[in-house]
Design a protein around this ligand. Structure first.
Ligand code: XMP
Ligand code: MG
Length: 183
């Protein structure tokens, strides 16, 4: 099934679905080694991480559970506000758990550094991060990302869960949104 209609709004495709799945599989192999004998709690950050979580969790060959949080750091535009709000909190008790935060993208790092502190403060045994994408040029705070997928240019990207104004999440590929779409 092609998604060519919405792919037409991209100025370029950065990663195809196959490339994304291969990257997720290689991260899963490493996580299987690092968490052997453990039962990690995967914490997905809604809504952007839905696709990463779905593919990553199914790729893992060790026991794992999933929970979800929704935080807000962006409005409807393309610039970060620096303000993080919890829109939906976790159901799970983090005491003694080995948590892996599953994120779509780390841009300024503000969201993840806040989230890391927040979850560590709930008594988790460990908290690590898997971020599929990272914009190194955009980092304003340093965040230790144990499992990093692709390093991307400092451009606004959409697809595979990532949105512009709630659109393009259902694109299978990840690409750079053409300026004419938001100009
Ligand atoms: P920070 O700056 O706090 O941002 O690391 C993390 C959150 O910002 C969103 N974000 C993007 N969303 N395309 C998107 O669709 C992008 O290029 C982009 N850059 C940042 C995203 O929600 C992420 O969780
Ligand atoms: Mg997001």
């Amino acid at each position: 099934m092609e998604t060519s209609d919405i792919e037409g709004d991209l100025s370029s495709v950065l990663y195809t679905e196959d490339e994304i799945l291969a990257k997720i599989a290689s991260v899963a192999r490493q996580v299987e080694i690092d968490y052997a004998g453990k039962d990690p709690l995967l914490v997905g950050v809604l809504k952007g991480a839905v696709m990463v979580m779905a593919d990553f969790a199914r790729e893992l060959r060790i026991p794992a559970t999933m929970d979800w949080m929704a935080v807000s750091s962006y409005g409807s535009g393309t610039k970060t506000s620096g303000v993080v709000r919890i829109l939906k909190d976790l159901d799970a008790d983090l005491h003694g758990r080995d948590v892996i935060i599953v994120e779509d993208i780390i841009d300024s790092g503000l969201t993840l550094s806040w989230l890391l502190d927040n979850l560590k403060g709930r008594g988790a045994s460990s908290v690590e991060i898997f971020a599929l994408l990272r914009k190194p040029e955009a980092a304003t705070v340093h965040v230790d990302v144990k499992y990093a997928g692709f390093e991307i240019p400092n451009e606004f990207v959409v697809g595979y869960g990532l949105d512009f104004d709630e659109r393009y999440r259902n694109l299978r590929a990840i690409g750079i949104l053409a300026p004419h779409v938001y100009a």
